[in-house]
Design a protein around this ligand. Structure first.
Ligand code: SF4
Length: 315
C-alpha cells in the first residue's frame, strides 16, 4: 500500500494486536461456585459459612465482569480514526449468553469496500483478485484535518466509514466471507487481498478460516505495525517511517518512496522474497519517480513498482 494514489499499504495499506478478539480466551468467563475447584483451589476445612461466602463472591464477580463487558460491547459505534473506537474498526461488539456458563462475543467487521479487480502493483500485478478494504488505520485517521499530525501523511486512500462498493458492517466471519466470495466469478479458487486502512486491525483467525473454507488464496497488504495472523498465504509489508515494524518477514516488502527515516540497507536484511520501491503519488510524483528510478539503479536489491491500476484506470 503505498500512497499516492495507492490503494493503501494496503494497495498503500496498515493495526494493533492488543484489541483483537480472542474468543478462546476472552470470550469465556467461568462463573459460579465451580470456579475455585476448576483452578485446583481446595480450601482446607472451611466452615459452611465461609464456603458460602466464597461462592457468593465469585458469583458476584462473574456477574460484574459480564455486565461490564456487555456495556463495553454496546459502545462500539466508531467511524475512522486512530484507535479501535475511533478507527471504525471495532471487532468486539457486545456479548450474548451461551448456555449457562459462557459468554461468547459477537464480532463485527467494518469494511469500506469489497470489489473484484486486478492487483495493480507489486509482485502480483495483473492478477485477478477480490479486494476487501477494511475501514480504519492506526497511522492516520483518514481525515484531512488530521493529516498534518499523522504518522503516515501521504496516504490517498479513502478508508473512512463503510460506504464504499460492497462495504458495510458484517456481523460474523461467515457473512463477510460470503460477500467476498460473491465477488469472485471464476471456478478457480479466489485470490483475496485484505487491505485497508490497516487490515491487521480486524483480520483474525475466524475470518481467515471462513474465507479459506472455499480454497481461497489469501493475501494481505499491511503497514507491518502488527504481526500478521497465521493462515495468510501472501504477506506484503509496506513500512512507514516513524512507525514500529513488527511484521519483519514475508513474501514482499513494498516501500512508498522516498521516505526519509527508512534505512534501505537495514530493510534489505529482513526476510522478504521480493523487494519493491514505488514512487509516492501526488504533486511531487515526477520528482519521486525520478528518485525511485535512481535508487533502484543504485541498489539492485530493489525493483521498481508502479501503480498500474492508476495508469490503466482499473478500480
Ligand atoms: S494512512 Fe494507513 S492505509 Fe494509508 S498508506 Fe498510511 S498506513 Fe497505509
Amino acid at each position: 500500500m503505498v500512497s499516492s494514489g495507492q490503494r493503501s499499504c494496503c494497495r498503500i495499506r496498515a493495526g494493533h494486536g492488543g484489541d483483537r478478539a480472542d474468543p478462546g480466551h476472552e470470550g469465556r468467563i467461568a462463573e459460579g461456585p465451580s470456579q475455585p475447584e476448576a483452578r485446583g483451589f481446595h480450601p482446607r476445612g472451611p466452615t459452611p459459612r465461609v464456603t458460602d461466602l466464597v461462592a457468593s463472591m465469585h458469583r458476584a464477580l462473574a456477574k460484574h465482569v459480564r455486565i461490564t463487558e456487555e456495556q463495553k460491547g454496546g459502545q462500539d459505534h466508531g467511524s475512522a480514526g486512530s484507535g479501535p473506537r475511533d478507527s471504525g474498526s471495532p471487532q468486539r461488539t457486545g456479548a450474548r449468553r451461551h448456555g449457562s456458563s459462557e459468554i461468547v462475543r459477537r464480532r463485527r467487521y467494518m469494511v469500506k469496500s469489497i470489489f473484484p479487480t486486478l492487483q495493480g502493483e507489486g509482485y502480483n500485478t495483473g492478477r485477478p483478485a477480490v479486494f476487501c478494504r477494511f475501514s480504519g488505520c492506526n497511522l492516520w485517521n483518514g481525515r484531512e484535518s488530521g493529516r498534518s499530525n499523522a504518522i503516515c501523511g501521504f496516504c490517498d486512500t479513502d478508508f473512512v466509514g463503510t460506504d464504499g462498493e460492497g462495504g458495510g458492517r458484517f456481523e460474523s466471519p461467515a457473512t463477510l466471507a460470503a460477500a467476498i466470495h460473491a465477488c469472485w466469478s471464476f471456478s478457480s479458487p479466489a485470490f483475496v487481498v485484505f487491505t485497508g486502512g490497516e487490515p491487521t486491525l480486524q483480520l483474525d483467525a475466524a475470518l481467515i478460516g471462513a474465507v479459506r473454507e472455499n480454497g481461497a488464496v489469501l493475501a494481505i497488504e499491511t503497514n507491518g505495525t502488527n504481526p500478521v495472523p497465521e493462515g495468510v498465504d501472501w504477506i506484503c509489508v509496506s513500512p512507514k517511517s516513524g512507525a514500529p515494524l513488527r511484521q519483519r518477514s514475508g513474501d514482499e516488502i513494498k516501500i512508498a518512496w522516498p521516505q526519509s527515516g527508512l534505512d534501505l540497507a537495514e530493510l534489505e536484511r529482513l526476510e522478504f522474497s521480493h523487494r519493491f520501491l514505488q514512487p509516492i503519488d501526488g504533486p511531487d510524483v515526477d520528482h519521486n519517480t525520478a528518485v525511485t528510478i535512481a535508487t533502484c539503479r543504485d541498489r539492485p536489491a530493489w525493483q521498481l513498482s508502479r501503480q498500474w491500476h492508476k495508469v490503466l484506470g482499473i478500480p
